[in-house]
Design a protein around this ligand. Sequence first.
Ligand SMILES: Nc1ncnc2c1ncn2[C@@H]1O[C@H](COP(=O)(O)OP(=O)(O)OP(=O)(O)O)[C@@H](O)[C@H]1O
Ligand SMILES: [Mg+2]
Length: 156
Amino acid sequence: MTDFPTNERQTLEVARASDVVRARQLGHDLAQAMGFDRGAQTRIGTAISEITRNALRHSGKVGTLSLEPIVRGGRCGLRIVVSDAGCGIANLASVSQGAARSVMSLGAGLPGARRLMDEFEVETHAGQGTTVRMTQWLPPGSASLTGAVAAAATIG
Ligand SMILES: Nc1ncnc2c1ncn2[C@@H]1O[C@H](COP(=O)(O)OP(=O)(O)OP(=O)(O)O)[C@@H](O)[C@H]1O
Ligand SMILES: [Mg+2]
């Protein structure tokens, strides 16, 4: 089914630790404005925090967060894309199972974020970078699509 973007995309560069905090807050606020309940707001903020922190800590390059309300099949959702042009994830299969981790960490960030989101996919190429695409859907009928999109447009 086709995803329809809404032209209300917001982007944020992730170059330092304070940007991870800003990214989490932006996602949380956008989710709230779109009508996500508090649990979903927290899940979205946490997933954004984990994935942007990964880009910052592991990729060796600046990351970019993109947030965009989308419509698919009459439902409204929030699509979150975190990309970097860094080293890539060498062992994606074991990372996805939580079996890979860096020193002083749990290796739970990426698989944890996957569990929090409705849709989650990772594209990574050695030496070229990583893109993580995540989507969270509003429950059907929970908010008018135009209302959610209009609310999202007021955040920034
Ligand atoms: N954007 C990225 N670029 C390069 N490598 C990455 C990227 N994201 C994740 N990785 C690799 O995947 C591993 C697992 O990531 P994950 O977030 O699950 O755990 P962690 O960051 O090591 O620890 P935690 O998130 O629990 O503090 C990382 O240790 C790193 O090697
Ligand atoms: Mg991590």
